[in-house]
Design a protein around this ligand. Structure first.
Ligand code: PLP
Length: 350
């Protein structure tokens, strides 16, 4: 499209002199078709998007081989996850997860007054201890298991076999939520989507987002896939309106899925491999990653290290206790990673 040239792009709100590798964003940004869709539809943004609901649900359903009744949109996948916590956990039925994982969700569950059970990820693969998760759910008489695959902040995966075991051994009244925010970055030979269990009518909710591989974090569009009765249980906790321009952008981006996703996956993997090879050469340890970020052992308090990196112009991820010496860096462009390596070497050898 030509819309990109028509838009007068203002400088980003974040200082351009800094490199932002702190939030697992994707600076490749929205595909041109999504930008064009937002521009073209801006005059219609006075409306909610009730007419587009059906179309969006059909597009997502077609792209995931499920039915529109198995789709729930959210203001990012965050809203869908929050609604699942609302629907499937309580003071007695916990959210059961492994740590460290996406801490915002754990904090949210606690703030909502829900019980939370956290079990350490299994060393040395940093995968979810599926048997222990199931045991906890059985003990509590139900609840919701939150499994992030690939996991944030470790970038590690839980194997196809382990996820299959967990789905086949879910205790009564237990829902498994698989957060697949980073799935598209992973090698399809190593990780498979749990949406196949939604197709089999299991008690599984899968969340996906346009924030990561599609580079549209600020657009705020995500969705969940689940059995219609689970969708109905989550629905009362949803706002039921997602940004009109977000829907338009997401629908446009979806049309490019078959080329955009493999291209961006390949590009991310190449830059990530370059970083990891460089870390190997410098004898720096890290957790092998299937996502668009890598957890690096800086062998000292990560808060001090991150502060020093910021002063060098590179923003990196927040601390993820109890991994207090591990630094999470997002995979940016090749040029961003060059800046990261320069700053890292300076701080690491200081
Ligand atoms: N899940 C995980 C694991 C994440 O890391 C994030 C964002 O960083 C989200 C969900 C939320 O993404 P969004 O609400 O933008 O879809």
């Amino acid at each position: 499209g030509t819309a990109q040239a028509d838009v007068r792009v203002k400088p980003p709100a974040k200082a351009p002199s800094k490199v932002w590798l702190d939030a697992n964003e994707n600076s490749a940004g929205p595909p041109a078709s999504a930008i064009e869709a937002m521009v073209q539809n801006a005059p219609h943004a006075w409306r909610y998007h009730f007419d587009e609901f059906g179309e969006f649900a059909r597009l997502i359903a077609a792209s995931e081989q499920i039915s529109p009744a198995q789709v729930l949109f959210g203001v990012g996948s965050s809203e869908v996850i929050a609604s699942a916590i609302g629907a499937f956990t309580s003071e007695s039925k916990p959210m059961i997860t492994a740590s460290p994982t996406y801490d915002i969700i754990v904090q949210l569950a606690r703030a909502m007054g829900k019980a939370v059970v956290e079990i350490p990820l299994t060393a040395p693969q940093w995968s979810y201890p599926v048997k222990l998760l199931a045991e906890e759910a059985k003990k509590a008489g139900g609840g919701m298991i939150y499994l992030c695959n690939p996991n944030n902040p470790t970038g590690s995966i839980t194997s196809v076999e382990d996820v299959r075991w967990l789905v086949g051994n879910l205790p009564p009244d237990t829902v498994l939520l698989v957060d697949e925010a980073y799935l598209e970055f992973a090698d399809p030979a190593k990780v498979e989507s749990a949406i196949k269990y939604v197709r089999e009518d299991k008690s599984v909710v899968v969340t996906r987002t346009f924030s990561k591989i599609y580079g549209m974090a600020g657009v705020r569009a995500g969705f969940g896939c689940a059995r219609p009765d689970l969708i109905s249980a989550m629905n009362p906790f949803m706002d039921n309106v997602i940004p009109y321009l977000g829907v338009r952008a997401a629908m446009a981006a979806l049309q490019e899925k078959s080329t955009l996703v493999p291209e961006r996956r390949k590009n991310n993997a190449r830059i990530r491999t370059e970083l990891c090879q460089w870390l190997d050469q410098n004898k720096v340890r890290y957790i092998p990653s299937q996502a668009n970020f890598v957890m690096i052992d800086v062998k000292r308090d990560v808060r001090e290290f991150s502060g020093a990196m910021f002063r060098e112009g590179v923003a990196v991820g927040r601390p993820f206790p109890p991994l207090n010496t591990m630094l999470r860096v997002t995979i940016g462009s090749a040029a961003d990673m060059q800046r990261f390596r320069q700053a890292f070497l300076k701080v690491y050898s200081a």
